[in-house]
Design a protein around this ligand. Structure first.
Ligand code: NDP
Length: 293
């Protein structure tokens, strides 16, 4: 068997197109332009790249960007004051504070200060709690994208065995909650899990969110499994050039899996598309409107 390749780029582009349509409808019918405020503290180069691509996507979707850059020396008080201002600003539908934050700032405190209705990253304890008890919530972007990719090949995940490798608050735990909400039977594995390979062999859906290059080998997979690879690992490739690989040994896995996301071009593009989706959903909720997406 050769796995179907799940084209995250195409699925993300289609989702961004739908978001742009919803933004146009909100402007036309309600005079509302959703706005996303992105707060960047310091000069972390990777964060600067992410923030630039988020702002580009906001503009492409027809939404209003609202970027705030604070110096690496900014105090916790300054960041909290900025978030308070954005919470109160009716032009801002979503607030994203780019992580990581410099060490003098308590990230959990900053996240908890965001209005849960504007928490487009889905990291606020209120949204985490709402997701866990099955209430509507703004859900984290990468995990939401993972589930969409799995559903693109298997629309109903009910009753399937899902194994999520990784238990971070950003990826592993919310992916597990979202799969549970889809009625999958979910097991969460982590660095203390015994016999990971045997566990993976039971998985109809395997989500790898580990951060270890090609840890998951092809022979670990159940034939026909849906494999969603979240990992982004830079390794040295041919001729000393570096390349990006996932947490799954792709060439081995594609011989056995039913469907697999590539790295790059799988989960990665879904994160920003789901951020745009959350922003438009937040704009609707803040204005008492039902989102059509
Ligand atoms: P973390 O480092 O926060 O979590 C990694 C998880 O993997 C931990 O739960 C850890 O277990 C587990 N783990 C580590 N080693 C093993 C092992 N040998 N066997 C089983 N489990 C193991 O990472 P993140 O969740 O933040 O990210 C995971 C990956 O996803 C990274 O490569 C990251 O770059 C990528 N990523 C991609 C995104 C995107 O595509 N847009 C967005 C976010 C992340 P334990 O808890 O026991 O330590």
């Amino acid at each position: 068997m050769t796995a179907a390749i799940i084209d995250g780029k195409a699925i993300a582009a289609a989702l961004r197109g739908k978001v742009a349509g919803e933004v146009a409808r909100l402007k036309r019918d309600h005079g509302i332009t959703p706005g996303l405020a992105v707060v960047l503290v310091g000069n972390d180069p990777a964060s600067e790249v992410y923030v630039r691509s988020k702002s580009r996507a906001v503009i492409e979707a027809g939404m209003a960007p609202c970027d705030h850059k604070l110096p690496a020396t900014a105090s916790e008080h300054e960041v909290l004051a900025l978030v308070a201002k954005l919470n109160a600003d009716p032009a801002v539908s979503g607030i994203l504070v780019q992580l990581p934050l410099p060490p003098q700032i308590d990230a959990q405190k900053v996240i908890a200060s965001i209005d849960p209705m504007k928490d487009v990253d889905g990291f606020h304890p209120v949204n985490v709690g709402r997701l866990s008890i099955g209430l509507p919530a703004l859900t984290p972007c990468t995990p939401t994208g993972c589930v969409m990719l799995a559903k693109s090949v298997q629309p109903s995940l009910g009753g399937l065995d899902a194994v999520v490798i990784g238990r971070s608050n950003i990826v592993g735990k919310p992916v597990a909650q979202l799969l549970l909400a889809e009625n999958a039977t979910v097991t969460i594995a982590h660095s203390k899990t015994r016999d990971l390979a045997a566990l993976c062999r039971r998985a109809d859906i395997l989500v790898a969110a580990i951060g270890k290059p090609e840890l998951v080998r092809g022979h670990w997979l159940k034939p026909g499994a849906i494999v969603v690879d979240v990992g982004i690992n830079r390794v040295s490739g041919e001729g000393g050039k570096s390349k990006i690989v996932g947490d799954v040994a792709f060439d081995e896995a594609k011989a056995l899996a039913g469907a697999i996301t590539p790295v790059p071009g799988g989960v990665g593009p879904m994160t920003i598309a789901c951020l745009m989706l959350n922003t438009v959903r937040a704009a609707c909720a803040l204005n008492g409107l039902k989102a059509s997406l």
